[in-house]
Design a protein around this ligand. Sequence first.
Ligand code: SF4
Length: 319
Amino acid sequence: MSEILLHVENLKKYFPTNEKDKFVKAVDNISFDIYKGETLGVVGESGCGKSTTGRLVLNLITPTEGVVEFKGQDLTKLSRRQMRSMRRQMQIIFQDPYASLDPRKTVMQILAEPFQIHNPEMSREEIQQKVADLVKCVGLRPEHVYRYPHEFSGGQRQRVGIARAIALNPEFVVCDEPVSALDVSIQAQVINLMQDIKKEFNLTYMFISHDLRIIKHFCDRVMVMYLGNVVEIGTKEAVYEKRRHPYTQALLSAIPNVKAKGPQERILLTGDIPSPVNPPSGCPFHPRCRYCTERCKTEKPQLRTMADGTQVACHLDME
Ligand code: SF4
């Protein structure tokens, strides 16, 4: 798993506010790689910038600064036409399948659309056959192609969302909280489907979730975000067992029965997440960190690479 599929460097996304010269620093100078064939889990509390990161890496929104390279090509420098052709290879599965599917279209129309846009030479019969194959692949019945989104359960709708994402045989899929709107009983079915599809289509996933149990089950590596920053990134085993960053420790301590080599006690995070308009000086986590020192209040820690390859942004001595 060493071939880099997606390379992100010094990526920033600042959204303007109503106040002049004030910005929401949704993503604040992050760098990471995604390797071909892996599932990178992205985790953090809501507002940490994980969904914005997902949209930035697909070039669905324009970064304020930074580089996003997919297979060596900087997406921010592509023309619209080049980006359109690139988009076949990069897809997204949204959190809320109901909101992301056009309620006026049948499943046949929804799933035919990617082919009509990207493969206009395909005949109607060829497209219908492709749609029938897709529907089967995601576990829906042939007659479901004539139904509208409102006629499905949440789990079935997400299956349509998955079918649409894989229609053009992409290499890379961003999964943005794909099961968090579903009943717990349905979540496992959809996760299993996504795992099967990953194998069958040789996919690489960026899997965004606030649910650390799902991330543990589903992902190879984990990236922990806090207030627009990456605070820790490493293999699932290293992040979950060694839990080096104090924020990772707090997040993981809230889930019982997850094996740890570090602290086992429940760590309660006090205080709200600071505003991304006015992030704290120094370490962004310092107002809530139980290990905070004077240095943490003024000096922002950069990611440091540990002996096992995990990167951690913290001034504490750790290995
Ligand atoms: Fe806590 Fe300081 Fe480490 Fe930030 S740098 S996580 S405040 S110990």
